[in-house]
Design a protein around this ligand. Structure first.
Ligand code: NAD
Length: 450
């Protein structure tokens, strides 16, 4: 099939490469010339395991090409097409000032598609967008075609993306489900044809109405965020009673109605999706007069949880951290990604520096991103980023673990103890074994652990 993917970010690039890998002809476009220049020279602008290999394979087989902007992309893809072009919109939907999803990039993409389209197309929203956005996209494309006095057949479908950063390729090739939101039989047939090669069982292809698909994405992310916030609240109760939250988690998760996934307590969720999607769903609910009681609680708990490590560090070391050096392990919002959007590390490091501490931080892949996020703190000498985990802990008064990278779990504890000035470890992800840590003589504090 002939496909245009608009946006070469985490979702767009993965979608483009995976679809091209199944012998579809895919043109992926972006408006960022720097991103395009990197892709043209064989580099991948983001860190995502396995992505380079499939991009390289698809490019060398000529199934995947990159262009700057929608106009160039459509020109290329339409010239090769006899069937309707599938145009995926995979641009960002950041949080607007009032918490709702900012649709400016989606609608700008729709406008340009309407301005440039010359052949029948199915426009597919892959971006996470509020209920009713497919209607808005349809209106935008139709208005542009009307102004051009063109009659070109097109439809708009919703196909939300559920991939997880860090496991995006596997998720795309082995999805739990693919949600196709359409009320049009022809669109449905084309989407099923496109996605059948990605599922082992047709039952994984869920076709629903457009609005249902739009809400499924928000409801899914909000459900996962709810489980995390719920368990974080339980962890706080555990702290007060001296109960181990890991035992509680195990016992709760063994109930087949609940299941074990997404029940780990920690120092709050971050990333490009959960925080903004919970906020956006709050706005969606409010816009139709529903008071989002549960969702507000999920968000409040998460905001509070992001202060958890700082509060425990201060409780142990005092409010004034002037002259103290704190090591931080992990900057990305989760392992196997360099994405730092809404990462808990940001709240912690800013609070530590504000309290006078000197921070030395390490992350296996997010250093480059962190240099931008913390440019001010690096400039004024409060924060240093280092290339090796043990370089961060050298002479530090304590270590705070914020991202559960595998390499931290296997760290040499004797070397760690030797490098720290004081053997104090705050584990914001319950990543290390408290018994082993204590055996090695550390003062160890997890989240809701004894
Ligand atoms: P991103 O910011 O990494 O990428 C978006 C890209 O779109 C950028 O490179 C930007 O330059 C480009 N772009 C913007 N306007 C454009 C235009 N008119 N033409 C061409 N390119 C344009 O965003 P992302 O993380 O890939 O997320 C995209 C969408 O997918 C969001 O709605 C997000 O909520 C959703 N989503 C993200 C994830 C994730 O894990 N990142 C998972 C599922 C869904």
């Amino acid at each position: 099939m002939n496909i245009l993917v608009v946006g070469a970010g985490y979702v767009g690039l993965v979608t483009a490469a995976c679809l091209a890998n199944k012998t579809n002809r895919v043109v992926c476009v972006d408006t960022d010339p720097k991103k395009l220049a990197k892709l043209a020279s064989g580099q991948i602008p983001i860190y995502e395991p396995g992505l380079k290999e499939i991009v390289d394979a698809a490019v060398s087989n000529k199934y995947l090409t990159f262009e700057l902007g929608i106009k160039a992309g459509l020109t290329k893809v339409e010239s090769e097409s006899t069937e309707p072009t599938l145009v995926f919109i995979a641009v960002g939907t950041p949080q607007g000032e009032d918490g709702s999803a900012d649709l400016r990039y989606v609608l700008a993409a729709a406008r340009e598609i309407g301005q440039q389209l010359t052949q029948p197309a199915i426009v597919i929203n892959k971006s996470t967008v509020p209920v009713g956005t497919a209607e808005s996209v349809k209106g935008e494309v139709a208005w542009q075609l009307f102004q051009r006095k063109c009659f070109i057949e097109f439809d708009v479908a919703s196909n939300p993306e559920f991939l997880k950063e860090g496991a995006a390729i596997e998720d795309f090739f082995k999805p739990d489900r693919i949600v196709i939101g359409t009320d049009n039989e022809n669109t449905k047939a084309n989407m099923l044809k496109l996605y059948r090669p990605f599922v082992d069982d047709e039952k994984r292809l869920l076709t629903v109405g457009v609005k249902e698909a739009e809400l499924i994405k928000y409801a899914s992310n909000a459900m996962l965020a709810t489980r995390i916030s719920f368990m974080n609240e339980i962890a706080n109760i555990c702290d007060r009673y001296g109960i181990d939250v890991e035992d509680v988690r195990q016992g709760v998760g063994m109930d087949s109605r609940i299941g074990p996934a997404f029940l780990k307590a920690g120092c709050g969720y971050g990333g490009s999706c959960f925080p903004k999607d919970v906020q956006a769903l709050v706005r969606i609910a409010q816009s139709v007069g529903v008071e989002p009681l549960v969702l507000n609680g999920v968000e409040s708990r998460n905001k509070k949880q992001k202060q958890y490590l700082f509060e425990h560090i201060v409780a142990k070391m005092g409010k004034d951290l002037t002259g103290r050096k704190i090591a931080v392990w992990g900057l990305a919002f989760k392992p196997e990604t360099d994405d730092m959007r809404e990462a808990s590390s940001i709240d912690l490091i800013r609070a530590l520096c504000h309290a006078g501490a000197q921070v030395v931080a390490h992350d296996p892949v997010a250093k480059e991103v962190a240099e931008q996020v913390f440019a001010d703190l690096i400039r004024n000498g409060r924060l240093t980023l280092v290339d090796h985990a043990m370089a961060a802990t050298q002479d530090a008064d304590a270590l705070a673990l914020v991202t559960e990278w595998a390499e931290y779990k296997t760290a040499d504890l004797d070397a760690l103890k030797q490098s720290l000035k004081a053997a104090i470890v705050f584990d914001g992800r319950n990543h290390l074994n408290p018994v082993v840590m204590k055996q090695h003589g550390f003062h160890y504090a997890g989240v809701g652990r004894v």
